[in-house]
Design a protein around this ligand. Structure first.
Ligand code: NI
Length: 332
């Protein structure tokens, strides 16, 4: 199903219980049917988001050597700069399978910068030292998104008929990743032979918040294997479920595969496609938590538990290790 649900966060943030209940039910239903939806009325001011975009563009405009000095190094740290072609997003757990999956589609045409929780011992963020504003703005944004994760997980708990605070203990630390993305402007030929801006993949964690500009190109896979556009809607955040949440819900919630392809049209009659900027916030259950199929999602008519228990942090490192294949051995 195409992601058509637009759900307001307002009822999930206020005290009116019946409004909360109904918004939570809609949110869960969208995650079960499509795995993708649009959120409106998020408590993140437009000015904050504009600043994030502005500083992101400023960062990516730096010379490559400066960005490389802040290079992403290990899946466990998962912080720093990745130049084009480094990550090969995929659905597979092993490096060999990732290579097979990707076939001729080539490298992703994007560069990214990852920011993690700033107080995790042994894994410092890789801040550009001369740009103090960058750090301040990104940490503020990180915290706003961390809080939003808690709101969304609460809605999911209510929707599933669990205690509203069921997930509260799983989202305390904020073991999440803020990822700034830049897809450089490219000529149409760069999409020849099935090349894309970001390959087909599912996300790994609980949920992802995606903030995108108006360029378009994001597509989600339908159940029949065809694709549908996730058209940008101004003022909304795209919310999608990841693999860990899908496992947690015994498969009731869908972690839908998606990709970023050639945008629908060239803008302004130019020869090339303009750059695309997006900001993704990948949420995870705290890394020390065990993810065990949720009560109420198995047994009786719902059938057996389909998934083994996993540790949140270990699962994520396993998935990241496969996609950043070239870097395996760098202390994973
Ligand atoms: Ni994704």
């Amino acid at each position: 199903m195409a992601p058509s649900a637009i759900i307001s966060l307002a009822p999930l943030l206020d005290q009116d219980q019946s409004a909360t209940q109904s918004a939570a039910a809609s949110l869960l239903s969208a995650l079960e049917t499509s795995g993708f939806l649009y959120l409106t009325d998020a408590p993140i001011p437009k000015t904050v988001l504009s600043q994030v975009y502005e500083l992101s563009a400023r960062f990516f405009a730096r010379p490559l050597a400066e960005k490389d000095a802040l290079a992403w190094d290990t899946p466990r740290a998962n912080r720093g700069y990745s130049k084009q072609g480094l990550e090969k997003v995929s659905l597979s757990l092993s490096k060999d399978d990732v290579a097979l999956d990707r076939g001729d589609a080539g490298e992703d045409q994007k560069e990214s910068f990852e920011i993690g929780r700033d107080d995790e011992e042994g894994y410092p963020n890789r801040w550009p030292e001369e740009d103090r504003e960058f750090k301040t703005v990104m940490l503020d944004f990180f915290e706003r998104c961390r809080k939003l994760h808690a709101v969304v997980m609460k809605a999911i708990a209510i929707g599933l008929g669990l205690d509203a605070e069921f997930f509260a203990d799983y989202v305390k630390q904020g073991d999440n990743t803020l990822r700034l993305l830049h897809y450089p402007g490219v000529p149409p030929e760069s999409f020849a032979n099935g090349r894309v801006r970001a390959g087909l993949h599912s996300d790994y964690g609980s949920v992802t918040f995606l903030f995108q500009d108006n360029r378009g190109g994001l597509q989600v896979e339908r159940k029949d294997g065809s694709f549908t556009d996730v058209t940008p809607i101004e003022g909304t955040i795209i919310l999608n479920a990841g693999d860990m949440l899908s496992r947690w819900s015994n498969g009731e919630i869908r972690s839908t595969r998606h990709r970023v392809v050639e945008p629908p049209m060239k803008m302004g009659g130019q020869d090339s496609y303009p750059p695309r900027y997006s900001v993704a916030y990948f949420c995870n259950p705290d890394f020390d938590k065990t993810i065990e199929v949720l009560p109420g999602t198995f047994g009786g008519e719902k059938g057996e538990k389909k998934f083994e228990n996993i540790n949140s942090g270990e699962y994520l490192v396993q998935r990241l290790s496969a996609t950043y294949g070239e870097l395996l051995g760098a202390g994973v």
